[in-house]
Design a protein around this ligand. Structure first.
Ligand SMILES: Nc1ncnc2c1ncn2[C@@H]1O[C@H](COP(=O)(O)OP(=O)(O)OP(=O)(O)O)[C@@H](O)[C@H]1O
Length: 325
């Protein structure tokens, strides 16, 4: 393990009975990095983050956070991390500022710095003018912002964010990302986050794609997209099945209907388009060529789009629920 890594993980596993939620993962997060854990529902993201935060004990392997072992040095790990989880844990009957004061006491933030620190983190998430309002009057987005402020209050070395923008509207999501980006400029902090939004993963310095409890690949978003190499081409025709068949027969390409269009990947898409019109043997109504997105990266490493993977997970959950009836 690298001594100065912010997070270092070796062969980390978690089984719940027969369910292997995390199947032995290895990775390191560098100090100051924004590291994203990307994967569909049920991939093992929350279980991994819970082990790193000492909330769940691993059933195999080891991990250190800020240099401390997550099993043997639980208290030291807890002192050095901030948490922002999917379910809010704020006290609705207290004001925003009282919630933060309570947290400061819990974490032993020195009395002489508490007031300044509270003001600083509340200003960062633009809630200082609402400090005296009861949290129960806040919108979902305001609560999430306050949670981020609270997670930062005791100046943690590593901030863990589990799906920080889930369930929020696009405007609030982009505001939260604004704060996260600001944070990395202002504070000496490492950010470890999970998400299943591909567009958000773009903001991370590096991302790990996790699927079925295993890490499939780790790299920067740019490098991942470059590794896919091929462009995505989408065409509209009068007969999707015939177009898919023709693409297979004439060009040896595997295509599928995605987002309502026949979609396939090909190197140098723009150069391929004239051939497509000449040789497909059927009229094409429209065509679009795009550089690979993280969705394509996910597809190329896991064999399904993140949305299809989620639909599959939902089906499994539904089938299990039906089986229990
Ligand atoms: N306490 C538990 N008991 C039994 N099984 C669990 C428990 N927690 C998680 N699992 C199972 O472990 C697997 C991974 O779940 P996990 O919550 O880590 O996934 P995730 O990637 O965070 O998904 P999401 O995006 O939905 O939060 C799933 O199959 C889940 O059902």
């Amino acid at each position: 393990m690298t001594a100065d890594a912010a997070v270092s993980v070796r062969g980390l596993q978690k089984a719940y009975g027969k369910v292997e939620a995390v199947k032995g993962v290895d990775f390191e997060v560098r100090p100051g990095e924004v590291f994203g854990f990307l994967g569909p529902n049920g991939a093992g993201k929350t279980t991994t983050i819970n082990m790193l935060c000492t909330l769940v004990n691993p059933t195999g392997g080891s991990a250190t956070v800020a240099g401390h072992d997550v099993v043997k040095e639980r208290d030291e790990v807890r002192r050095n991390i901030g948490l922002v989880f999917q379910d809010p844990t704020l006290d609705g009957y207290l004001s925003a500022e009282q919630n933060l004061r309570f947290h400061a006491e819990l974490y032993g933030v020195p009395k002489n710095v508490v007031a300044d620190r509270i003001r600083k983190v509340m200003e960062m998430v633009a809630l200082w003018d609402r400090k005296d309002a009861k949290v129960m009057t806040f919108s979902g987005g305001m609560k999430r912002r306050l949670e981020i402020a609270r997670g930062l209050l005791h100046s943690p070395r590593v901030l863990f964010l589990d799906e920080p923008t889930v369930g929020l509207d696009p405007q609030t999501r982009s505001a939260i990302w604004g704060y996260i980006n600001q944070l990395r400029l202002m504070e000496d902090i490492t950010i470890f986050m999970t998400t299943h939004y591909m567009d958000e993963a773009e903001y991370c310095d590096r991302i790990a794609i996790i699927d079925h409890g295993r890490i499939v690949v780790i790299d920067s978003p740019e490098a991942l997209k470059a590794s896919v190499g091929e462009d995505r081409v989408q065409i509209q025709t009068a007969d999707d099945s015939a177009a898919i068949e023709a693409l297979r027969e004439r060009f040896g390409l595997e295509a599928a209907v995605r987002e309502g269009a026949v979609t396939f990947a090909v190197a140098s898409g723009e150069e391929f388009v004239p051939r497509l019109f000449a040789e497909l043997g059927m009229p094409i109504k429209s065509v679009s060529v795009s550089r690979p997105s993280l969705d394509d990266v996910f597809m190329s490493y896991t064999g399904s789009t993140i949305r299809d993977a989620e639909a599959g997970a939902d089906t499994m959950t539904w089938m299990r629920a039906m089986a229990r009836r």
